[in-house]
Ligand binder design. Structure first.
Ligand code: SF4
Length: 50
């Protein structure tokens, strides 16, 4: 299942959202300047790595 959908469902049912960064293709210091990386659970820039 898509990780964003998983997080939407987890929020709806009181679960803990999954961090997006470990599976994001921009999870590199030079590619992503978001200071909350690698623990972001909601991100518009997210793109699945594989
Ligand atoms: S783009 Fe978003 S999801 Fe991807 S590494 Fe950066 S903060 Fe994490």
């Amino acid at each position: 299942m898509n990780i964003k959908v998983t997080n939407i469902l987890r929020r709806m049912f009181g679960g803990k959202p999954v961090p997006l960064c470990p599976s994001c293709m921009y999870d590199w210091r030079s590619a992503c300047h978001n200071l909350d990386r690698p623990r972001v659970t909601k991100c518009d820039e997210y793109k699945k790595r594989y």
